[in-house]
Design a protein around this ligand. Sequence first.
Ligand SMILES: [Zn+2]
Length: 410
Amino acid sequence: MSETVLFENASVLDTAAGAIAPGQRVLVRGGEIAAVGPDVAAPEGAAAVDLGGKTLMPGLIDCHVHVNAHTADLAGLGDQSPAYVAVKASIELREMLHRGFTTVRDPGGADFGIHDAVAEGLIDGPRIFFGGKALSQTGGHVDMRPRGRSVSDDHQCCPDLGLVCDGVDGVRKAAREQLRTGAHHVKIMLSGGVASPTDRIDSTQFSLDEIRAIVDEAEAANRYVAGHAYTARAINRGLEAGVRSIEHGNLLDESSVELFLKHDAFLVPTLVTYHRMAIEGAAYGLSAANLAKNELVLDAGLKALELAHGAGVNLCYGSDLLGGMRRNQLDEFTIRGAIIPAADVIRSATVTAARLLGEEGRLGQVAPGAAADLLVVDGDPLADIAVLADPGKNLKLVMQGGDVKHGTLA
Ligand SMILES: [Zn+2]
């Protein structure tokens, strides 16, 4: 059991209100936040920690990471040893935690094994909300075969990010296979993507009947469907069929925005991944064809964020970085911060993300009853969002469930 800690002289970042309250005391007990206020009394035996006015905020939530993707060469990933990939994932998970992410959602690759390893405290890492393998049609975004190959090996132990399934019965079974492992959502490919060998960005993937069958299965299990999509055509098909979150969404338009609002759906932009791929994707194994597709979606993504934000669409933080580019996970803050207010960027990585995960009130807020996932930050991220992007300089403490994971209480 974690110790009882009283943070004093804390500037508490209220993520819902988008404001900072100085001079607060925050009591952490039993892994949870027990009390917040200027006059919270210190219980006997509590360790008092004077923050000297530093910012105390909830741990960050990244709604789109791939813990298995230690390389950008996703086609080769399935040929690697799952043991090797798991060890690589454990290293990256610890680094994510040290960047300030106390929770991540993995829409492709992470399975119940890596989830349990973190939950049991075997390895340090963010809390993981996983989808198992992402579902794709033949020739879709996770069909990694080159054109000349017809066989594929999608044994569940291969560390690929996804699997191929077709037809209403086939996709239903594939969804049930993910859900039976305890998946928190089912991820599907609604359009082509950048890092796949044979599909087009502007394709739509899966028939409407297939999408509806997957949504049916997820909802039957009280889970939801996350859909990868770029174009308005692909996004709108997904939203109309009941997909709850759209991943990327770079080429959305006004008609998509209306559907997001109508269905109270979520958009998870992942701008930093296109930004990094343009800079160093080739060095990380992306082909010339992949890079050409990347260019198509990069600029459009910035406009999409502006359009969706202006209309009040639920926005969640996503990075989607592959390989060594994952070190840039925090750059999404500065990229978004150049377009929309800092308070809204922070909401996307805290309260709104928590709502997507079904963890409202427990994650993403400094409030009584919430998990004690807390960051101590030197600086005011509302005044300058870039404060969050430089953890080496500004991130003084990472607490998760009341346990110190990075930095010290002294
Ligand atoms: Zn992804």
